[in-house]
Write a protein that binds this ligand. Sequence first.
Ligand code: NAP
Length: 281
Amino acid sequence: MSAARTSEGPWAVIAGASSGTGAAIAVQVARQPGLNVFGMHRGRYLDQAAEVERQVLATGRRMVMMQGDAGTPEGVARGADALLATAGPRSVKLFVHALASASVGQFITGDKQPLHPRQLARTFESMAHSFVYWAQALVARDLLTPSARLLGLTNPLTESLLHNTGAITAAKAALEIYVRHLALELGPLGHRVNLLKFGTVMTPAIRHVCTPEVLERLEEAHRRINPAGRMCTLEEVARIVPTLLGDEAEWFNGATIDFTGGMTLRLLDLVLNEEGGPPAS
Ligand SMILES: NC(=O)c1ccc[n+]([C@@H]2O[C@H](COP(=O)([O-])OP(=O)(O)OC[C@H]3O[C@@H](n4cnc5c(N)ncnc54)[C@H](OP(=O)(O)O)[C@@H]3O)[C@@H](O)[C@H]2O)c1
């Protein structure tokens, strides 16, 4: 774990801070509204983790980047203990659950082995249950500031299915229900729990696993399906988060906030009208 002390003030806790959405949000909330950042990751993207640290520290905020599993009860307890030792009680204004660790595959059919019960369990553990573990750990250690915000991240796959992603989509559905129940439980304590839903954004992880041809096809498909005619960016997702921290956003609770840019609105239109234009009257 590395840490640098440059200032005090409220903290953001980002589970999954070394890459993609979590990394972008970590840097953004350090810039505005100026939160210190406690991030966790397992160490697969060490260069990117160092870059996030550098960018957060450049804002003058404190940064603690802890290597460890933020998706199991034991790992969450270790992270929350380290956080308490560093930041102290009532210090966490924002928690973001940005873990991406899941199995893809089908349940029965397809060329590959069907998803194994262990894969289903691990996917649910890291993509859904660990959100609850974090909420429990933060409350048990009295880590939350008044009016703290807990944020899960989701995608539109519960609306329009993508083959191979059944385990992820089911875990996201569970996450949505966890968010609503936690909103009920934490609302009276003054905290807010929400889910931010957005469409595909190009992360280093996606770039790493896709060939240039597949990336081009993805971008072209998103030009067609998104009404804005392009893919959403990581920066756009990160920039919405500070607005969810303000007093004016306090009435969001248990909400699934649609930041998809209308990504699934015209799927039928695209299938039924090959050109994607409006149906002839
Ligand atoms: N990318 C998209 O298009 C998109 C769209 C909508 C919603 N989302 C959601 O946004 C979230 C983040 O996705 P992403 O695409 O930004 O992911 P990503 O680029 O793959 O980054 C995932 C981060 O989580 C860390 N991580 C994964 N499992 C971990 C664990 N058990 N403990 C600690 N750290 C862990 C990774 O580092 P290590 O692997 O080193 O631990 C990395 O820092 C996910 O919930 C995803 O469903 C993504």
